[in-house]
Design a binder for this molecule. Structure first.
Ligand SMILES: NC(=O)c1ccc[n+]([C@@H]2O[C@H](COP(=O)([O-])OP(=O)(O)OC[C@H]3O[C@@H](n4cnc5c(N)ncnc54)[C@H](OP(=O)(O)O)[C@@H]3O)[C@@H](O)[C@H]2O)c1
Length: 243
């Protein structure tokens, strides 16, 4: 798939990993709709930086823990830039909980943002895609769905669901829409932690370093460009799944 001239939606595109993906899409020639929830200024800055790369950008806010807002997001992007043919579901929470202390309310909230939102943005995306067009979705998941975290119970269960959703949607939306995912390892420290947190984790990896956003962007662009990939989940984890 040639990304030039296409419209891409990136959820959580204002900051960190999402911002890097938005810029990577712009470098590849796509116009980018930068979704945000609270990060209005960073999202506006990302849009400005996207435009400096010679493509169009727009921003829009939605609280994706509300399924109706998740569905409506694609309409906002369409109104701003035209029908999207690329969707990157990057927005997520990262709450700390365990099976012992998780509440029904907290569990449901996490599932809504981290699993239900990608489902309903994808549903709206598929509905809005013009009949003659091909499209592609990339979900951002977590390599730890295979070896789950102890302290992020509801998050990792939701991401496990996102893995299954990726494969299910790939089947249901084929051949017109491809659906893939990247499963991230130690890419950036959580916003609440400093660099030493990620460096400690990275010391245990075969790659022995924190990934940073560049390999994530490379993997996302590869999944979008390669027309024969669907239902694939690429690990971007410096070999962390091996140890
Ligand atoms: N960083 C890593 O090393 C790592 C590792 C494994 C997986 N991942 C995955 O990679 C993706 C990006 O990670 P990150 O570290 O860049 O994320 P992050 O810094 O935690 O940012 C979270 C993003 O989600 C958005 N968001 C949060 N609550 C929202 C809500 N209620 N409605 C809509 N959007 C909401 C935020 O938007 P606003 O800022 O606008 O509120 C923000 O853009 C996530 O899916 C994460 O699970 C990251």
């Amino acid at each position: 798939m040639d990304l030039r001239g296409r419209v891409a939606v990136v959820t959580g595109g204002g900051v960190r990993v999402g911002r890097a993906i938005a810029l990577g899409l712009a470098v590849a020639g796509a116009d980018v709709f930068v979704h945000y929830n609270r990060s209005a200024e960073p999202a506006a800055q990302t849009a400005e930086d996207v435009e400096k790369l010679g493509v169009q950008a727009s921003t829009g806010s939605a609280d994706l823990s509300d399924p109706a807002a998740a569905r409506a997001l694609i309409g906002l992007a369409m109104a701003a830039l035209g029908a999207p043919s690329i969707l990157v579901n990057s927005a997520s929470g990262f709450p700390g909980d365990t099976l012992s202390d998780v509440t029904a309310e907290g569990f449901e909230r996490t599932l809504r943002l981290t699993l239900a939102a990608p489902v309903f943005t994808t549903q709206a995306f598929a509905t809005a895609l013009p009949a003659e067009e091909h499209g592609a979705v990339v979900n951002i998941t977590d390599v730890r769905t295979q070896r789950p975290y102890q302290k992020h119970f509801s998050y990792i269960v939701a991401k496990g669901g996102l893995d299954t959703f990726t494969r299910t949607a790939a089947l249901q939306l084929a051949p017109r829409i491809r659906v893939n995912a990247v499963a991230l390892g130690v890419i950036l420290p959580p916003p609440t932690e400093d660099d030493s947190y990620a460096e400690q984790l990275a010391a245990q990896l075969p790659a022995q370093r924190v990934g940073g956003v560049e390999p994530v962007v490379d993997a996302v662009i590869h999944l979008l460009q390669n027309d024969f990939l669907t239902g694939e989940i690429i690990r971007v984890d410096g070999g962390g799944h091996l140890v």
